[in-house]
Design a protein around this ligand. Structure first.
Ligand SMILES: [Zn+2]
Length: 77
């Protein structure tokens, strides 16, 4: 995608990179506008022109990697 930085320089950026974009000419990091962005592609359940509905395999996530929280007493009434 093409980015217009606040310094008015236009840079072609790779959105798959994890490094934040920076103007190679002057070092500016603030993006004023995204000029061209790829159309997002969504997978899974949903509706709309950008959604490709397909059954995804179940995934397991560890939502509490440090273990469960200790039980707390509720408010007494
Ligand atoms: Zn610049």
């Amino acid at each position: 995608m093409r980015l217009l930085f606040r310094c008015q320089h236009v840079v072609q950026s790779d959105p798959s990179k994890v490094v934040p974009p920076m103007c190679p000419q002057c070092g500016e990091r603030k993006v004023a506008r995204v000029l061209e962005a790829p159309t997002p592609r969504l997978r899974g359940w949903g509706r709309g022109p950008l959604v490709a509905s397909e059954a995804l395999s179940p995934q397991q996530y560890n939502l509490a990697p440090a273990g469960s929280l200790p039980a707390q007493k509720g408010p007494t009434t």
